[in-house]
Design a protein around this ligand. Structure first.
Ligand SMILES: [Cu+2]
Length: 343
């Protein structure tokens, strides 16, 4: 099945999981974001050898946290082919928010092409799947908008960086179908609600490559947790979820009978779709995708007011004037910190 079964644990319990590898190649399971002894981490070549074909590996550890997480294979391209699933850990103590019902929403990207083929094509040409490249026409419309000097300066910057402001996703909807709980937009994942209920949605981005912009047209989402950690509650219309991230939101559908859970890929080459509905036969209308965006120099870590003409490019070791990349979030959980796994 795709995704794999949702694992439900309780904080404080010791869990034992027997993983049998029925593939004809070596496999592994990594527990993403879970604080555990390193031997249980599930990264072949680092903490153990992996799971040989036919072999059963037993993981056992005490659960020291709560929230929404996920697991995935850490061998070859197995994750891309569907070897992942959700982990939901019930907290020991009452959470600082309430809800009536909950659903796990696993977003992912799936291709009928072999991942090794996709990889080979990217090695040959990094923009193989990008059909949204710049054209000369784009340059002239920018000249109109910003004037020749500004437009030219910006182009010069991108060219010096040898990057493209249209480089949002390496692999796109050209080969991917975007899935929500394993369903494509036609078969559509369905979540039921009754008017007046508070619904908790546990979003997990299990995609190999894709960032999603997620919204539920007609509903405000109250974000209550990020990467399994309770946060200060915040109401949003939309959020962006990167690969391997999780966000928990609470919605209170009142007016309509059905709402679309709409997760567009960041490059707008497609979307994952779900149906939040009072009646399985009522489908929400699907909004059009938003216009494609281009990256700006701010996305590249440069501040807006920076005098771009004064920026000097160094060699491939780094770019002068660019801020250092922000370190990956380290969120404290009861005295320990969560390290995002290497992918
Ligand atoms: Cu991971």
């Amino acid at each position: 099945m795709l995704p794999g079964p949702t694992l439900r644990w309780r904080e404080g319990d010791t869990v034992t999981i027997h993983v049998t590898n029925n593939l004809d190649e070596s496999s592994s399971i990594h527990w993403h974001g879970i604080v555990l002894p390193f031997e249980m981490d599930g990264v072949p070549g680092i903490s153990y050898k992996g799971i040989a074909p036919g072999e059963t590996c037993t993981y056992t550890f005490t659960v020291r946290q709560s929230g929404t997480y996920w697991y995935h294979s850490h061998s070859g391209f197995q994750e891309q082919t569907g070897l992942y699933g959700a982990i939901v850990i019930e907290p020991k103590e009452k959470e600082p928010f309430e809800y009536d019902k909950e659903y796990v929403v696993v977003l992912s990207d799936y291709s009928d092409e072999k991942p090794s083929t996709i990889y080979r094509k990217l090695k040959l040409s990094a923009d193989y799947y990008n059909f949204n490249q710049r054209t000369v026409g784009d340059f002239f419309s920018e000249v109109k908008e910003k004037g020749f000097f500004e437009a030219f300066k910006e182009r010069e910057m991108w060219n010096k960086m040898r990057m493209s402001d249209r480089d949002l996703s390496d692999v796109t909807g050209y080969t991917y179908t975007f899935l929500m709980n394993g369903q494509n937009p036609a078969t559509r994942f369905s979540a039921m609600f009754q008017k007046g209920e508070k619904i908790r949605l546990r979003f997990i981005n299990a995609a190999a490559m894709t960032f999603f912009d997620v919204r539920i047209p007609g509903l405000k989402m109250q974000v209550v947790a990020a990467y399994g950690n309770n946060i200060q509650l915040v109401d949003v219309d939309e959020f962006r979820i990167g690969v391997a991230e999780t966000y928990d939101v609470i919605v209170e559908p009142q007016d309509a009978d059905a709402y679309a859970i709409f997760a567009q890929s960041i490059d707008r080459s497609g979307y994952a779709l779900g149906n939040l509905t009072t009646d399985a036969n009522v489908l929400a209308s699907v909004p059009p995708m938003d216009p494609r965006q281009a990256l700006t120099l701010v996305d590249m870590g440069m501040s807006k007011g920076m005098d771009m003409a004064s920026m000097k490019m160094k060699d491939s070791n780094g770019m002068q004037g660019l801020k250092k990349p922000i370190p990956i979030t380290k969120l404290p959980i009861k005295g320990v910190s969560v390290r995002r796994c290497g992918r």
